[in-house]
Design a protein around this ligand. Structure first.
Ligand code: ADP
Length: 633
């Protein structure tokens, strides 16, 4: 028989398990029992539509057997079993490929985090065993097979004489070493306490044989006491899923450890939502808001969804219809009393019950987030750093259909305190003279602060929201206004901070120099729409503003999207010149005396405005020639 090699990542994980210094080796039992429980669920689920299964609902079980003399621990189930190919595929590779990201090979044995971080599943058996044998007969198959491995060298698959459908995992428990006690995993009291600790909620009975000694009565008081052994089989777990228990029976610790086991996270969740309802829909829900996104959260592979149970039986692992996209970070489960067990994915989508449940879940999640924001600002900001971008997309997507759900959950850093503010906080501290909510988009707050337009807004005592993500401006555009206050990009040409009189004077001035501006525009070309004087600049001579709603940042974002190569969006830009800067005076003089120089200066000023905006000069050679010419004049 040929020994097969483990797939390379599995081999690494295997090495890690064998050499593990992980202190919680005991979790292997939880992992194996959970595999068995899944296998039972799968066969039970089949039995609902397939009369050939031939096992009654209450006959599905997991059995743990200990043979102390031979150092053997067996985990036995009458679940769905595995075929030869499945043994090879499931136990020769890590099922959730990609979950294991071995960043640093040298950390291999020290890197214990990986064990806590992901459910390492079946492989954890090697933390306590020097040999593992899996005998399995798949439902619907005539033959049974044996998978066997003594460690990283590889594994074999051969035929097995197992007669009944299901799986037996046989662990050959390691000998004790100087620092490690493995004998404990051969003690029935220890094993049963581990079952109670980690697997109590498993809905199938986990049975174990217990042997107790009973003294045999003896007439002769001086005789050696005699005992008889009594063996009985007991169900160790309570079989009540945690979500069916009453809230007051549960501690944070119970919720958290259930979360970590079930949803492969090594952090405690930030918040837990647990409720039961009766009436229109009868169900229990247990939801968790994680602290950090899972490793694949921002990839295409990530699938949102909640586990869906029907009367305690798992019918779908990731029911996407229960969660809106903007709450896709939520983990958890729903157990409904009303759903039919053999409902298909397709009919489920149109199920009225499910829609009703989803609506309530959304409300609960929203109000939990609002509570977090109110009660624990720091935790909320951490949460927002991890998942906020999804909330902002949620405002923008579906043509703003969900903006009201989300508008009070988003945060932006702002110029006054450089801290996060909500839109509510922003509007509440607006001075009376302020009519709009000001924002500016850019790579980071430092660059935004350098925008020429920022000074005047800040001087007025107005705060500026820093929009540093691509989606930000689009979501504010979708919101349109907050509490009756419109959003205003400080780089928009409609930004007005002047009094009516000042505005009038400027308009007059611009009118009287209309010809000059037209000729300047001509020399710069169609990169801009117009040139004009402005009062909104403090120390800067020039700035670029945009007309018509598409800002420079939006132009960048829109044009970077796939499929836009031939159909570029263009911001309509205006070159604005500080009316109070000496450079304006100079331009006016040149317009009278030296048009040629005026045109050169127009180009120079446009170049400067681009640079200040963080963009590049359209023609760097021409720009630097013009600067040199000026220097040598
Ligand atoms: P996970 O359970 O996280 O998918 P594991 O490494 O624990 O990863 O198991 C890999 C796969 O092997 C499982 O997904 C399942 O398909 C199969 N498997 C493991 N144990 C059993 C079992 N007792 N009965 C049937 N299939 C099993």
């Amino acid at each position: 028989m040929r020994t097969k090699q483990f797939k390379s990542e599995s081999k690494k994980l295997m090495d890690m398990m064998i050499n593990s210094i992980y202190t919680h080796k005991e979790i292997f039992l939880r992992e194996l029992i959970s595999n068995s429980s899944d296998a039972l669920d799968k066969l039970y689920f089949k039995s609902l539509t397939d009369n050939n299964v031939g096992i009654k609902a209450d006959e599905f079980e997991i059995e743990i057997k200990i043979d102390k003399q031979n150092r053997i621990l067996k985990i036995i189930d009458n679940g769905i079993g595995m075929t030869e190919e499945e043994l090879d595929k499931n136990l020769g590779t890590i099922a959730k490929s990609g979950s294991y990201n071995f960043k640093n090979e040298t950390e291999k044995t020290e890197n214990v985090d990986i064990i806590g971080q992901f459910g390492v599943g079946f492989y954890s058996a090697f933390m306590v065993s020097d040999k593992v044998i899996v005998d399995s007969k798949a439902y619907g198959s005539d033959e049974a097979f044996r998978w066997q491995s003594a460690g990283a060298e590889g594994y074999t698959v051969s035929s097995s004489d197992k007669q009944t459908v299901g799986t037996v995992v046989t662990l050959h428990i390691k000998e004790n070493t100087e620092d490690e006690n493995y004998d404990e995993f051969l003690e029935s009291y220890r094993i049963s306490s581990l079952i109670k600790k980690y697997s109590d909620y498993i809905r199938h009975p986990i049975k174990m044989e217990f042997t107790t000694k009973e003294p045999i009565e003896n007439e002769d008081e001086n005789a050696e006491p005699q005992y008889r052994e009594i063996t009985e089989i007991r169900t160790v777990n309570s079989m009540i899923p945690i979500w069916k228990k009453a809230k007051n029976e549960l501690k944070d610790e119970d919720y958290n450890s259930f979360y970590k086991d079930k949803f492969y996270d090594y952090n405690d969740p930030v918040r837990t939502i647990h409720y039961k309802t009766e009436g229109q829909a009868t169900y229990s829900a247990l939801l968790y808001i994680p602290k950090q996104p899972p490793f694949d959260y921002y990839t295409k592979e990530f699938e949102k969804g909640l586990q869906l149970y029907s009367k305690g039986v798992l019918i779908m692992d990731k029911c996407a219809d229960l969660l809106p996209d903007y709450f896709s970070f939520v983990k958890g489960l729903v157990d409904s009393e009303d759903l039919s067990l053999n409902i298909s994915r397709e009919t489920l989508q149109h199920d009225g019950q499910l829609k009703l449940i989803a609506k309530t879940l959304e409300k609960k999640i929203k109000s939990e987030l609002e509570k977090l924001l109110k009660e624990d600002r720091e935790a909320y900001e951490e949460f927002f750093k991890a998942f906020g971008i999804g909330l902002k997309f949620g405002i923008y997507n579906d043509y703003g259909l969900h903006k009201d759900v989300l508008k009070d959950l988003i945060l932006f850093k702002s110029s006054q305190d450089k801290k996060y503010v909500t839109l509510k906080e922003y509007t509440e501290k607006m001075p009376e003279s302020q009519t709009a909510i000001y924002y500016a988009a850019g790579e980071n707050p430092e660059k935004i602060d350098m925008l020429p337009q920022a000074d005047a807004v800040k001087d007025k005592g107005y705060d500026i929201l820093y929009l540093t993500e691509n989606v930000d401006e689009f979501s504010l555009m979708m919101l349109g206004e907050y509490n009756g206050k419109k959003f205003m990009n400080i780089c928009d040409d409609k930004l007005e901070l002047d009094s009516e009189d000042e505005k009038k004077a400027l308009e007059e001035e611009n009118k009287s120099f209309a010809d000059m501006f037209a000729s300047m525009k001509e020399s710069i070309g169609d990169k801009i729409n117009a040139v004009r004087f402005t009062n909104k600049l403090k120390k800067h001579p020039v700035c670029l503003t945009s007309e018509g709603g598409i800002s420079l940042e939006m132009e960048k974002t829109l044009n970077s999207m796939p499929g836009t190569q031939n159909d570029k969006v263009k911001a309509q830009l205006v070159l604005e010149i500080n009316a109070n800067h000496p450079v304006s005076q100079k331009l006016k003089e040149l317009y009278k005396e030296d048009k040629e120089t005026l045109f050169k200066y127009a180009k120079l000023l446009y170049g400067e405005a681009c640079l200040i905006n963080g963009a590049s000069v359209p023609d760097p050679v021409e720009h630097s020639n013009l600067v040199c010419e000026l220097m040598t004049k």
